[in-house]
Design a protein around this ligand. Structure first.
Ligand code: DGT
Ligand code: CA
Ligand code: CA
Ligand code: ZN
Length: 585
């Protein structure tokens, strides 16, 4: 699947265009990249089905981008990108990952110091050269050094959201291969971990040779690292490795269990086996030489006296004891979130109209959505003030009227668009919209977007102050982190969770692939404290509305059940919960 590769090129083009002050074009590439990353179908298949025209019909892909996709499919190159690269031979992926380094600064650093990549950047910063560049200075240099340390810690793991579509495509591809009866991606992908190191594909087949040949010849492969009877390993152009293991059908369950991990879970599981006088490996569970269980995962766990443990919670954090005592929670089922409660539109920094977002959400089967554009103090997004919110409310009313009249289809008459806002939490913890205007909204959510670098006690106090606001329903992306890009705010999350419980504010599990905020461990703390959750996509474009599953995965990894998540409720029940909070105060 070439989607991720083309998306990577589009992201680079967006940065290059930004350097040239071509902001409109930059935005188009950005959006194109996001569209491709969210796309479930292979662009190559789409192209084969209807050529250029079919590519243009992908939401988020305009004419000139479609042509570039076509060019890449035909030649594996994009001329425009190569032109840029000649002029500015930069490792943009590395440099852009450094927080605080935007296109302008990257260009400046190239012009002034010939900095091409992360290594150059680090060397220049350590030698004090960055401080000498006009407009940059000492402070920027320090920030860059700190940001480099962060990038180095996070390494080059890819986002779950960027890899899962490819992983699913691989499963599909191998399932269609002659002789194959099972093809499953195991490892961190199967556990839906937030970042992925490599892809582990397990296949059961009567034609192992064909599977290996197919694997090493895939169009995404740029190098073959190993090619053997049981296992092959390749480097993908996406910038990560993939393993193929062919396993015999009778040990599929044991192999799947073994290669799903995580490592620590496996270590503890093996200890349980040893304590029972058994031996566990990727071929099965044995007493001496006698095979006891191996065909399915459930069989293996059962033979060890355990309930089947969902892959998402195999983290050696109490799941084995719970499985022994039949005390594992019934994790939130995928697809059980009914409505998406964080959506931005063209009113602020989204790319689509209210109606476009509503139609897209309907097409995905959502029962309701909330429009939550930014507010006043986020001027760069065109944040809405009280009057802006009032004008938007009229548009939402009009849209709901059309829905009720059946203009979105007779079976969709119950769909509703709720009035909401993502209110900015000011430095002192107050909200930047007045109470009278908040009272007119169905859903009030708040988040920190400014002054993100406060010391821990202040930031914690600030957020708790916001939670005390009687009209607040949800705290959006509570820690503000961007995976691989920006660390969380300095905040005492346990105190925030306590306050959320006390003031009955729900905490968001933001499903956007680079947020996943609350993250899994924090979800677990919130669930244990009895705090309600809300899972939202934070969509800024229709294609983002698909991201819900990543939020659901994160909630599952945090042991959340359906009852912990408010937007699994039907609309009337959800509104009742929110209204009750406001009335009782
Ligand atoms: P990743 O690839 O870094 O995102 O994380 P994983 O969990 O996919 O790790 P990976 O690809 O190194 O190995 C896949 C699974 O195979 C891992 O979750 C557990 C199992 N495994 C690999 N090496 C070992 C090992 O040395 N001991 C045990 N018990 N299991 C292992
Ligand atoms: Ca892996
Ligand atoms: Ca691996
Ligand atoms: Zn936000």
């Amino acid at each position: 699947m070439l989607n991720a590769e083309v998306a990577k090129i589009f992201r680079q083009l967006a940065i290059y265009e930004d350097m040239e002050n071509e902001f409109f074009r930059a935005r188009a590439y950005q959006r194109g990249a996001e569209a491709l990353e969210a796309l479930a179908e292979d662009v190559k298949e789409i192209y084969r089905r209807g050529w250029l025209k079919a590519l243009e019909e992908i939401p988020g892909i305009g004419g000139s981008l479609a042509e570039k996709i076509e060019e890449y499919l035909k030649t594996r190159r994009v001329h425009t990108q190569e032109q840029f690269k000649k002029k500015l031979p930069l490792n943009l992926e590395e440099l852009y990952a450094v927080e605080g380094l935007g296109p302008k600064t990257i260009k400046l650093l190239w012009e002034q110091l010939k900095i091409k990549n992360l290594k150059d950047l680090e060397r220049a910063a350590r030698l004090g050269k960055i401080a000498t560049v006009p407009h940059l200075g000492e402070k920027t240099q320090e920030k860059i050094l700190r940001a480099i340390t962060f990038v180095r810690q996070t390494g080059d793991r890819k986002l779950l959201g960027a890899v899962l579509p490819l992983a699913r495509a691989l499963e599909e591809r191998f399932r269609r291969l002659p002789g194959v009866t099972e093809a499953v991606v195991a490892g961190s992908l199967r556990r839906r971990q937030e970042t992925i190191g490599d892809i582990d594909l397990l296949v059961v087949t009567t034609k192992p040779k064909l599977a290996h040949e197919t694997f090493i010849k895939m169009p995404e492969v740029i190098a073959v690292k190993a090619h053997g009877a049981g296992r092959s390993e390749v480097r993908l152009s996406l910038g990560m490795d993939a393993d193929l293991r062919v396993v015999p059908p009778e040990s599929f369950g044991a192999a799947l269990q073994y290669f799903t991990g995580d490592k620590q879970h496996n270590v503890e599981l093996r200890k349980i086996a040893i304590a029972k006088g058994l031996k566990l490996n990727e071929y099965g569970l044995f007493r001496e030489k006698k095979l006891i269980a191996s065909r399915t995962e459930a069989e293996v766990y059962r033979a060890l006296g355990l309930d089947l443990i969902p892959p998402e919670v195999r983290t050696a954090a109490g799941e084995l004891a719970a499985a022994k005592n039949h005390a594992l929670p019934r994790l939130l089922p995928y697809g059980s979130v009914r409505g998406d409660l964080q959506i931005q539109t063209k009113w602020t920094d989204g790319v689509s109209s209210l109606e476009e977002m509503a139609r897209a959400a309907l097409a995905l089967g959502r029962e309701y959505i909330a429009i939550t554009d930014h507010t006043r103090t986020l001027a760069m997004t065109g944040g809405l003030d009280e009057r802006g919110l009032a004008r938007q409310a009229k548009e939402i009313d009009a849209l709901n009227t059309k829905v009720v009249q059946g203009k979105f289809g007779d079976k969709n008459k119950k769909f509703r668009v709720l009035k909401g806002a993502e209110v900015n939490i000011l430095k002192d913890g107050s909200l930047d919209i007045d109470d009278a205007a908040l009272a007119k909204l169905d859903i009030v959510a708040a988040a920190v977007h400014t002054n993100m670098k406060m010391p821990r006690p202040e930031m914690t106090r600030r957020i708790i102050k916001a939670l005390q606001h009687p009209r607040l329903h949800i705290l959006f992306h509570p820690t503000g982190r961007l995976i691989n890009k920006r660390p969380p705010y300095e905040v005492d999350i346990r105190e925030v969770i306590k306050a959320a419980k006390k003031y009955r504010v729900a905490l968001e599990v933001n499903a956007f692939p680079d947020r996943l905020d609350l993250k899994d461990e924090h979800v677990r703390l919130a669930v244990a404290a009895g705090v309600k959750l809300v899972i939202n996509t934070d969509a800024h474009a229709p294609e983002h509305l698909r991201y819900l599953e990543f939020g659901e995965a994160t909630a599952r990894r945090g042991w959340a059940t359906r009852g912990d998540v408010l937007n699994t409720l039907p609309l009337n029940k959800l509104l009742e919960v929110f209204r009750k909070k406001t009335i009782i105060g």
